[in-house]
Design a protein around this ligand. Structure first.
Ligand code: SF4
Ligand code: SF4
Length: 175
């Protein structure tokens, strides 16, 4: 069967004589800037907000800092299965497992729990794969999205920082 090659010819924009002067484009840019200035100064139609005094609502699909969830009885959901750690493409998750003992009332009744659970936000690309891979619904990227800081330690999320406090407010927006 014969194949037909279709070639898209892109027609170049033909500049008018006045468009060839830089002043024309500068004038257009200045006009746009002035238009916005008058809208904001005299009509109060600002498109920006006074952050951080005012904040926009996050979309329900927004991926922020991670949180570790508890179940209905207040027990940690994570069973230290390592699924999130293995799937993480940025190698940002570090987990150390330990055995659950009968005295550990704050834990689930399974074999293991995460003694150490750290996420390096300097490596994390917020892909959400850890959330998708978790079989226990233990980890969500539903936390705060404001991470600006002046030291690297703040960007290492520890288990203590991520885990919902027992009997305290539920972290993040999804459960
Ligand atoms: S969001 Fe992606 S990159 Fe970040 S810790 Fe989870 S799996 Fe790793
Ligand atoms: S957060 Fe979920 S996927 Fe990660 S170790 Fe815990 S149970 Fe497994």
């Amino acid at each position: 069967m014969a194949t037909v090659n279709v070639v898209n010819v892109v027609k170049r924009h033909q500049f008018k004589w006045y468009e060839k002067f830089y002043f024309y484009s500068i004038g257009v840019g200045m006009w746009i800037t002035l238009k916005h200035f008058f809208r904001v100064a005299f009509m109060g139609k600002a498109v920006t907000i006074d952050f951080p005094d005012k904040k926009r609502e996050y979309s329900s699909r927004f991926r922020g800092m991670h949180s570790l969830k508890r179940d209905e009885q207040g027990r940690e959901r994570c069973t230290s299965c390592f699924c999130c750690m293995w799937i993480c493409p940025a190698d940002a998750i570090h987990i150390e497992a330990a055995s659950v003992t009968p005295e550990d009332q704050h834990l689930h009744p399974e074999d293991k729990y995460a003694k150490v659970f750290e996420i390096d936000l300097l490596r994390c690309i917020f892909c959400g794969l850890c959330e998708e891979a978790c079989p226990k619904g233990a980890i969500y990227l539903d936390g705060n999205g404001e991470m600006a800081t002046d030291n690297r330690e703040d960007l290492i999320l520890t288990k203590e920082r991520m885990t919902e406090k027992f009997g305290g407010p539920i972290l993040g927006r999804r459960n």
